[in-house]
Design a protein around this ligand. Sequence first.
Ligand SMILES: [Zn+2]
Length: 225
Amino acid sequence: MDKSVIKFNHCDKDIYCFFVPDQCPECGVSFSGKRLEEAPVSIPNPVSNGHQAPCAFLVASTEDSALRDFDGCSDLHTGISNTNGIVYNYTKTGVQREHQGWEHCICIPLVQPDMFSLMSQWDQYLEKFSSAQMWDPSWQSFNEESHNCYSYSLMFINRVLATQSKPALSKEEFTRSFVLPRIKRASKYMMLCREISQNHFYIVDSPRRNSGEGPSEEDEDSKSN
Ligand SMILES: [Zn+2]
């Protein structure tokens, strides 16, 4: 997944590929010496290295199918990174502090670059939160449904929101507004990579042509990063 996906438009199609070809795969017209009507755009890879994303909520994305079916419960592993890229995550044996293993993640930054005071206290908050009794397996045990890596991560996020005097997010709100849209984007990106690896191109009708009702959901997905 090191290659990045680009998209260009021809024949009223959106054509996804790793390299702009010499000729249009739809109509065969040669592009050499000609300019495409619109410059190809590169689609950002939604999966990146969690150890290089400080102060972020991370969703480990090992399997495409797990991403596709994710419902906010137990299929995926989630964690929180500190300022040095150490990933704190809650498991059956308690909170782990990991220096590796989170290289392919969906990373959701939790701190804006101008939030200096939060950033300076982040590691301390995270360490203190993780040392609480409720994450000690001898005191309260892991539960696939209700006391898992997701509830650990979300509870920490809500603690941080509280320090900013912001209201807490419910699990449903958090999943719907922050997690699912990114998972959808990552899942689509993986599909594109798979299709392009197999067929060189992935070609769909350009949304401008078949909707006429403004940008499609898919278009928004690729823009809103
Ligand atoms: Zn064409």
